[in-house]
Design a protein. Structure first.
Ligand SMILES: O=C[C@H](O)[C@H](O)[C@H](O)COP(=O)(O)O
Length: 244
């Protein structure tokens, strides 16, 4: 029986199918994570079963398992050269193509794969486009050792940066912390509006204990945006360092 899709899932499916249709024989392809990318990997699996020959580089253990299940050949990032193209979802994307990612906890591997690629394509439904980043809490991946001290430094930085009452929450809570594929914790920072995403990203990453943050700056080259009625919009963000 055909899956009954919510309007948002229909939008995700439309974007995922369009992204999977862009892939050509012989490509080395970064495979992102999240619910939209699950649809993309399944759609790509159908093409691989029909004879498409590609190599996929997953950005999470979850994506790796799904890719294998649906017949997408996978390789480790260490075993391939620069990726031809990387597809991934986003939690928010602004008109300049700056993104918040990591809502599913995969931001670190995602950023490593994204910056190993010649071209990054965001695959999103239309609810992810925002005039300004920050409604979605910014995920920050931190080392488990001394994470309370790291959190204090993050709070100080955020207050100095003008976020008067930053709310920082440990993903999963103290009883059952969420642990990333690299064995770290995630601290979600509810900021409301992020006025200077690039400066904030640099400052956060300078804190010892912070491994990486979910701001993806100057990485997206284009976005495929699905609408609930199944139509698509494509946006290009020219002049990007990654992949230019
Ligand atoms: O950690 C998760 C990733 O950054 C996802 O790409 C992001 O959260 C978007 O996921 P979804 O497609 O489920 O909204």
């Amino acid at each position: 029986m055909a899956e009954q899709l919510s309007p948002q899932d229909a939008a995700k499916q439309a974007a995922a199918d369009a992204a999977a249709a862009m892939i050509e024989d012989g490509m080395v392809v970064g495979l992102g994570s999240g619910t939209t990318l699950r649809r993309f990997v399944r759609s790509l699996g159908v093409r691989c079963q029909a004879g498409l020959k590609i190599t996929g580089v997953p950005t999470s253990e979850t994506t790796r398992a799904l890719a294998i299940e649906v017949g997408v050949p996978v390789a480790d990032l260490n075993d391939v050269g620069p990726l031809d193209i990387v597809f991934d979802g986003a939690d928010e994307i602004d008109p300049q193509g700056q993104m918040i990612k990591g809502g599913g906890g995969n931001l670190l591997w995602e950023k490593i794969v994204a910056t190993a690629g010649r071209r990054f394509v965001a695959v999103i439904d239309d609810s992810k486009t925002k005039d300004q980043l920050g409604q979605f809490p910014l995920p920050v991946e931190v080392i488990r050792f001394g994470w309370h001290a790291t959190e204090r430094l993050m709070r100080d930085l955020l207050i100095e940066s003008g976020y008067l009452e930053p709310k920082i929450a440990m993903r999963g809570g103290l009883d059952k912390p969420f642990v990333t594929d690299s064995g770290h914790y995630i601290l979600d920072c509810a900021l409301g509006q992020i006025t200077h995403p690039e400066a904030l990203s640099i400052a956060l990453n300078r804190i010892p204990g912070v491994v990486e943050n979910g701001l993806f700056i100057d990485i997206a080259r284009s976005a495929i945006i699905g609408e609930p009625d199944g139509t698509l919009k494509t946006i290009d963000y020219p002049g990007r360092a990654a992949g230019v």
